[in-house]
Design a protein around this ligand. Structure first.
Ligand SMILES: [Zn+2]
Length: 307
């Protein structure tokens, strides 16, 4: 009955079972998910063993980095300097908020686990960060992009070394075992190191509204969706301090889930399935309000390892 124990708190799973269709590509294949009555984590009951085949080449658009020319790299560096000096949001790169809360210095050893094609690390490299490592098992091949920026074709458990800063942007839920993954992440952190996990959460209103059509279930690629309580438990178990939780859900929870409920895959280009500009503005506004009340469908969790 191991498969029917919660992957995070190990309680027996006994809630209703939801049949969730693969909808990103619209294969229609179904996968069973259920929710832990104790900690609220949602998990897949019998994930496929050939998960790699659910990641066609198109999934992470491994089309290579969009590289900047030398003048554009300088512009990015200057933009970050301007942002730090002025605080003007006009100059704010998308990643600045994360790096600010992670207290990431340019000299820190920084890892992005589940880095896709490494675009985020590339942008950080252009802004002056000097020791960047990306890891992703679905990379076409390992790549030394530049001095101080390397991409490795490795799974989490294969990573060696330690880091001052580790980030996972929507990668944690793609790993089979959250308990073992979190233990490994804690071991990869240097004392005083910081860890950011951005992940969908089961506490959101979207799960209550859309259930098996909720776009962030992303069957079968997501093995589990943690709750805030589940993340707190992992932190306690492996001696990390959860020092900040920030909900960062978007309009995607509404338009993506609505599409799935209408039976349209994400790749369906039928114009009748595309929300109007006005509808999108409404969705954005609703997402913002949900984030303020901690009911958005995804969050950023910041952890610190004690010195
Ligand atoms: Zn649980």
């Amino acid at each position: 009955m191991d498969a029917y124990k919660c992957l995070i708190c190990f309680s027996a799973m006994q809630g209703p079972v939801y049949q969730v269709s693969e909808m990103m590509f619209g294969s229609g294949e179904r996968f069973a998910y259920t929710q832990c009555p104790e900690c609220g984590t949602i998990q897949q009951l019998s994930p496929p063993t050939n998960m790699g085949s659910y990641y066609p080449a198109a999934y992470y658009s491994f089309t290579g980095l969009s590289r900047s020319t030398v003048p554009v790299r300088w512009m990015k560096k200057i933009r970050l300097v301007l942002y730090r000096a002025s605080g003007l949001s006009l100059f704010r790169p998308v990643y600045e908020n994360w790096l600010h809360h992670l207290a990431a210095r340019e000299s820190d050893q920084i890892a992005d686990i589940g880095c896709g094609n490494g675009q985020l690390l590339y942008e950080m490299h252009a802004s002056g960060y000097k020791h960047l490592s990306g890891f992703d098992p679905f990379l076409a091949e390992p790549l030394r992009v530049a001095s101080g920026l390397e991409l490795f074709k490795l799974e989490l458990h294969q990573i060696l070394g330690t880091f001052q800063v580790i980030m996972l942007h929507h990668a944690f839920e793609h790993m089979r075992d959250p308990d073992a993954s979190f233990a490994k992440l804690a071991s990869l952190l240097q004392p005083g190191g910081r860890l950011l996990i951005r992940v969908p959460v089961s506490d959101g209103e979207a799960w209550s509204i859309f259930r098996e059509h909720w776009v962030q279930l992303d069957a079968p690629r997501h093995y589990f969706i943690p709750s805030v309580t589940g993340m707190e438990r992992l932190a306690r178990r492996y001696g990390l301090e959860l020092f900040r939780t920030e909900f960062d859900s978007t309009s995607f929870q509404f338009w993506g889930s609505q599409r799935y409920r209408d039976g349209a895959s994400l790749s369906d280009r039928n114009p009748s399935k595309i929300p109007s500009a006005e509808q999108m503005r409404d969705y954005e506004q609703r997402a913002k309000l949900l984030n303020q009340t901690q009911k958005g469908d995804q969050a950023a969790f910041y952890f610190r390892k004690p010195i």
